[in-house]
Design a protein around this ligand. Structure first.
Ligand code: ATP
Ligand code: MG
Length: 343
């Protein structure tokens, strides 16, 4: 029996943020460490996803490699057997399966995706790629039969769409066609979380921190100068309630800071709240968060600087060859099922 698969990816359409780190990179590294040997880990860069919204194409290739370095710096052990890193566009089956899946996903379903609504809002033009990208994401997951997909809370709806699509096609063609990824609650349990992680913008805490929205004062980049990043935390938007409580509806700014403290210091939220709940000193709370962010960035950037690019290149070549075979085998099965190939 092959091992169950944990799979995740981050688009290389901008510089990675603290939200990416806490929502996707750290959870993956932790899962890998916790389950060493029991699972296969697929960490890929969805480079084809990277220009659903406009980017600087001159920088895409280099950015992809930079992102991989950051994954390694966040603790992903790429020397571990059964851990694979690859770029989506180097495995053509992703794009080919997407076309087939496209014909089994409904327009109405994709139109309901809140990320699409949010990202297309107020844009002069909206690419078909932005609309369609959850289907490419479905191909990314279903080609390898991934059971666990550690992603931030913002991807929950897309993951549910992938499940619906897999179940629909299994029902029509064969119950063995696709491994259906686990439901959201199971994903959380597996990651040891009781709710999804959504880091908010420090300036607009009603919105998530995002690498593609220009919000420099609200976004901590993993490449930010540590002292500048600490200043951003110190000037984070809070509220006029004047007392610390964990409630994203009434105090999103303060709750965001509490969440960042908990995740960066590896203490449970209850432990953090035991110290801060009811306190009136927003400044002291920010000081603690700012110190944690600064120390984290110093350590993280030091790790990034020590990673050798040539090792990444070699590993990519090997892993892309291996994953191409896996993906092509699954694509062939699907092609047979839909009648494009002889069974
Ligand atoms: P973009 O604005 O380009 O979509 P992004 O920051 O959302 O940028 P993605 O590449 O879409 O990044 O997502 C990569 C991973 O990071 C996903 O698992 C996503 O859930 C997670 N993630 C992104 N933003 C946050 C956030 N603010 N909090 C927690 N997780 C996040
Ligand atoms: Mg996103």
């Amino acid at each position: 029996m092959s091992k169950p698969i944990i799979l995740t990816g981050i688009r290389s359409n901008g510089e990675l943020t603290l939200g990416n780190y806490l929502g996707a990179m750290l959870p993956l590294a932790r899962l890998q460490a916790r389950h060493a040997g029991e699972y296969q880990v697929n960490m890929f860069v969805p480079d084809l996803h990277s220009f659903t919204t406009p980017i600087d194409h001159e920088d895409l290739y280099a950015n992809t490699i930079r992102n991989l370095k950051m994954f390694i710096a966040s603790g992903l052990n790429t020397t571990q057997k059964d851990t694979f890193i690859y770029r989506q566009s180097f495995i053509p089956a992703h794009a080919e399966l997407t076309w087939i899946l496209d014909c089994f996903v409904y327009f109405g379903e994709l139109s309901r995706m809140t990320q699409f609504k949010e990202k297309s809002e107020n844009q002069e033009t909206v690419s078909v790629g932005l609309f369609n990208y959850p289907v490419l994401m479905a191909a990314d997951i279903l080609l390898y039969g991934a059971k666990y997909v550690p992603v931030g809370e913002d991807q929950r709806q897309h993951l549910e769409l992938v499940r619906d699509l897999a179940i629909r096609m299994n029902h029509q063609f064969s119950e063995n066609l696709f491994i259906v990824p686990e439901a959201w609650d199971e994903q959380l349990k597996f990651a040891g979380l009781n709710k999804g992680v959504r880091i908010r913008s420090l300036k607009n805490p009603d919105k998530k921190m995002s690498k593609s929205i220009s919000d420099p004062a609200g976004t901590i980049l993993l490449s930010d100068d540590p002292d500048e990043a600490a200043k951003k935390v110190m000037s984070a938007t809070t509220d006029s309630i004047g007392q610390i409580n964990y409630d994203f509806t009434t105090q999103p700014g303060i709750s965001n800071i509490l969440q960042i403290i908990s995740l960066l210091s590896e203490r449970s939220l209850d432990e953090v709240l035991a110290k801060w709940q009811g306190s009136t000193s927003y400044g002291d709370l920010k000081q603690e968060a700012a110190g944690l962010v600064r120390d984290f960035l110093i350590d993280f950037q030091n790790k990034v600087s020590q990673i050798e690019e040539s090792l990444i290149d070699e590993k990519l070549l090997r892993d892309e060859a291996a994953m191409r075979q896996v993906a092509e085998a699954k694509l062939l099965e699907v092609q047979q099922m839909v009648g494009l190939r002889r069974k």
